[in-house]
Write a protein that binds this ligand. Structure first.
Ligand code: UFG
Length: 336
């Protein structure tokens, strides 16, 4: 396949590009380097600097490289930032995605895989949330993902009977975490806010301490519970989604998680274990926009895509994240 990967220089994007190249696809990466890095893109991919909202550039790319499939990662992902700066999220995640989808439809792109999020569920009632659950996001980030899913659904429906029908898979990510087991890729986002990354920065001493945001939730230990999924398993789900669409599969929305929850306190304890460092984690107020618990029911993705996770292990997730953090900081120091 000829695949355009938006945000392919970012954390999940770069791991996915590597796997696409390894199985022989032609890959073009479009990234504006807001949080991505050139070094993270496999050299066998064509790397283009640019923005998804630049319709002329996207149109040209789709034509020049005869793109038949798109994987759309490029987007802002920080929940509390979306609460304080909703324009930023609606502008890029909604308007930018809309322009990209329009360009794809106009250029006969047949397959589209979208980085959606468990944030579309808001506050689920069930312990393990199914795709059929109510969609009531509680923050602008979740809204922006849901609006894009709805756009894809409507576009896919409207153009069903044309020569090249447009089909999509929206993967609703739970909490992406960890780093490539081989050790060459990982999360290199500046000023990261994600729990495992923050805990690893505390373990290396880059931070003096970290905060546990909210310890009075109605959860077993009072801290929030999340379903942490290793980034390489998340990447492989994108390949499975493309194969499914190439085999004639119809549009789908799928949870992408392991179906297991760990609390913030569990994660911090695990990072302390794998690093051997007893860093300071202080109890702090709740963070706006955080649901108490989010765990996937992953029956659908396993059954429909035949997705088989390889790294379903919190210790491996934290160990690879910590090793990567050490290597990444050493690399940054060298380049100073
Ligand atoms: N947390 C802390 N201290 C920190 C950082 C995070 O206690 O320094 C807590 C948060 O309050 C939350 C949990 O750790 O309870 C996880 O927070 P993250 O920021 O790591 O991740 P989120 O759950 O907020 O969001 C992530 C992705 C979203 C996705 C969501 C789905 O960023 O894209 O998971 O579960 F939608």
């Amino acid at each position: 396949m000829n695949i355009l990967v938006t945000g392919g220089a970012g954390y999940i994007g770069s791991h996915t590009v590597k796997q696409l190249i390894d199985v022989g696809h032609q890959v073009v990466v479009l990234d504006n380097f807001y949080s991505g890095h050139r070094w993270a893109v496999d050299p066998a991919a064509t790397l283009v600097e640019g923005d998804i909202a630049d319709s002329n550039k996207v149109d040209q790319l789709l034509k020049t490289h005869r793109i038949d499939s798109v994987i759309h990662f490029a987007g802002y992902i920080v929940v509390p930032e979306s609460v304080s700066d909703p324009f930023k999220y609606y502008e890029n995640n909604v308007v930018g995605s809309l322009r990209l989808i329009r360009a794809c439809e106009q250029n006969n792109v047949a397959r589209f895989v979208f980085s959606s999020s468990a944030a579309v569920y808001g506050l689920p009632d069930a312990e393990q949330v199914k795709e059929s659950a109510g969609l009531k996001p509680i923050n602008p980030y979740g809204n922006s993902k849901l609006i894009t899913e709805m756009t894809l659904n409507d576009v896919s429906f409207a153009y069903q009977s044309q020569k090249t029908p447009f089909n999509f898979v929206a993967l609703r990510y739970f909490n992406a975490a960890g780093a490539q087991v081989a050790g060459n890729l990982g999360q290199a986002t500046p000023e990261a806010t994600h729990l495992i990354k923050v805990a690893c920065e505390a373990a290396t001493g880059k931070r003096d301490q970290m905060k546990l945001f909210g310890t009075d939730y109605n959860t077993p230990d009072g801290s929030c519970v999340r379903d942490y999924i290793h980034v390489e398993d998340l990447a492989s789900a994108h390949l499975k989604a493309l194969e499914y669409l190439a085999d004639g599969g119809k549009s789908l929305r799928l949870n992408c998680g392991y179906g297991k929850g760990y609390s913030v306190k569990d994660v911090v304890a695990m990072v302390k274990k794998v690093s051997g460092v007893d860093f300071t984690a202080i109890e702090a107020d709740r963070r706006p926009g955080d649901p108490p618990s989010l765990i996937a029911d992953n029956t659908k993705i396993k059954n429909l895509l035949g997705w088989i996770p390889q790294n379903d292990d919190l210790e491996l997730i934290c160990r690879t994240a910590f090793k990567w953090e050490q290597a990444w900081q050493a690399r940054q120091q060298k380049s100073r």
